[in-house]
Design a binder for this molecule. Structure first.
Ligand code: PMP
Length: 434
């Protein structure tokens, strides 16, 4: 089947709202290390890792061996009605990594499913469907999670089982409080949180859910300590706090294992997915036992934590620990960050460089202004692709470059990507300055 035919068949049978990257979408047919190869034999350095799913990169022998070893038993999965040794081991590992005392774990197949479970647990425990979320958030594509997604282009439905109120804080670059110092910014957001609870809720808020760094929202990064200050108010009102670590978990932010640790708080629960499986479908939540055990009826995720996914995920966690990938994310993340800052100094099409570790956002604007430029992002995306580099795009206005390579990245690959980004951003700057 030709590439053109595959694209035509994709368009005919898959929903219209499934967006494909690039003017000429690619099919990845093989991959190794941090590089992927398309059907025409072109190779790309992958700086988006499938929206952070491939935390370790491709073709990782240890993960493949773990999956193969499970396959050799003949059991891919039967049912979560039976004991699954690998699932128990994985849950224990995640609980011990969480920093949440006596934590319990529920395993799912995706981030959406994890957040739906977290919302259901919190609303059941607190007997209220009032929920707080950050503006510019993304938490998934099912009914409740769409209802708390603060980004119109991803809010597929206005109908929702939860009553959400949005608070300020995640997206500082376009916040009315942006010109304040870190401390004053946090204070303004804390005031806003209190005001929102007092004015838009009946005072029975079940939980606040937030991404420590907003992923789909363009790697928008609040100042360190932000969530600690917010949690003081939440505690006053008895509101549970759920950290959505679907993008920020597993050491990617470098300084910490979980994104929320930059804020000196222990959340009531954390949700996760993506990088844990290095490409396998697995997600879940880890939380305080009184929250995770809040369901009073039976509940099941048929495939959640199945033997294949759990075996692979355990191998991923071993690999992250054994190769100290968190330190690698910190080290190469800062090289990338500094390099991009110097690009920003040279080209005013870059409005801001932000993020932590190997999760770096580049906000693009019409040169010399603060006006969001989706066109700049599209130009850079196409230009980097032409030069053999895959990157991500996001943000409320589709104007943010998202860089999130596998955490096994090397120095040479970091330099290569920086060179490509510099050239591509320079070209976009020139084009938009004409
Ligand atoms: N939460 C966050 C922060 C995410 O980025 C995503 C996916 N982009 C989700 C939840 C939903 O995860 P999934 O697509 O695995 O359902």
């Amino acid at each position: 089947m030709s590439h053109e035919e595959l694209l035509a068949r994709h368009r005919a049978v898959l929903p219209n709202w499934v967006a494909l990257y690039y003017d000429a979408p690619i099919e990845i047919v093989s991959a190794s290390g941090r590089r992927v190869t398309d059907g025409d034999g072109r190779t790309y350095l992958d700086f988006f890792a499938g929206i952070l799913t491939n935390a370790l990169g491709y073709d990782v022998a240890e993960v493949a061996d773990a999956i193969r070893s499970q396959l050799s038993t003949g059991v891919m999965h039967t049912s979560t009605l039976y004991l699954i040794r690998k699932q128990v081991e994985l849950a224990e590992r995640i609980a011990s990594l969480s920093g949440i005392p006596n934590a319990k774990v529920f395993l799912t197949n995706s981030g959406t499913e994890a957040n739906e479970a977290a919302l259901m647990m919190a609303t059941q425990l607190r007997r209220s469907n009032e929920v707080l979320a950050l503006r510019n958030s993304y938490h998934g594509r099912a009914f409740a999670t769409v209802g708390i997604t603060g980004n119109r282009s991803w809010s597929a439905s206005s109908l929702s089982p939860v009553k959400v109120s949005y608070v300020h804080g995640g997206y500082r670059y376009r916040s009315p409080f942006r010109s304040l110092s870190d401390a004053d910014y946090i204070a303004a957001c804390v005031d806003d949180l209190r005001n929102i609870i007092e004015t838009t809720t009946a005072g029975e808020v079940a939980c606040m859910i937030a991404e420590p760094i907003q992923g789909v929202g363009g790697f928008a990064t609040p100042p360190d300590g932000f969530f600690g200050a917010m949690k003081t108010v939440l505690d006053e009102y008895g509101v549970l706090f759920i950290s959505d670590e679907v993008q920020t978990g597993w050491g990617r932010t470098g300084e910490h294992y979980w994104g929320i640790q930059a804020h000196d708080v222990v959340p009531d629960a954390m949700t996760f997915a993506k990088g844990l499986g290095n490409g396998l479908a697995i997600g879940g939540l880890v939380g305080k036992p009184e929250l995770v055990d809040a369901f009073t009826a039976n509940s099941i995720s048929t495939f959640g934590g199945n033997p294949i996914a759990s075996s692979g995920a355990l191998a991923v966690l071993d690999f992250i620990r054994d190769h100290d990938l968190q330190a690698q994310a910190a080290k190469l993340g800062s090289v990338l960050f500094d390099g991009l800052r110097s690009v920003a100094d040279q080209y005013s099409v870059v409005g801001e460089v932000r993020g932590k570790g190997l999760m770096i956002g580049v906000e693009l604007v019409q040169p010399g202004t603060r006006e969001a430029s989706a066109r700049a992002a599209s130009l850079v995306l196409e230009a980097t692709k032409q030069r053999g580099l895959l990157i991500g795009k996001g943000g409320l206005y589709g104007n943010v470059l998202r860089l999130a390579p596998p955490m096994t990245l090397t120095e040479e690959e970091t330099d290569e990507a920086l060179g490509t980004l510099r050239e591509s951003i320079a070209a976009a700057h020139e084009e938009l300055s004409r």
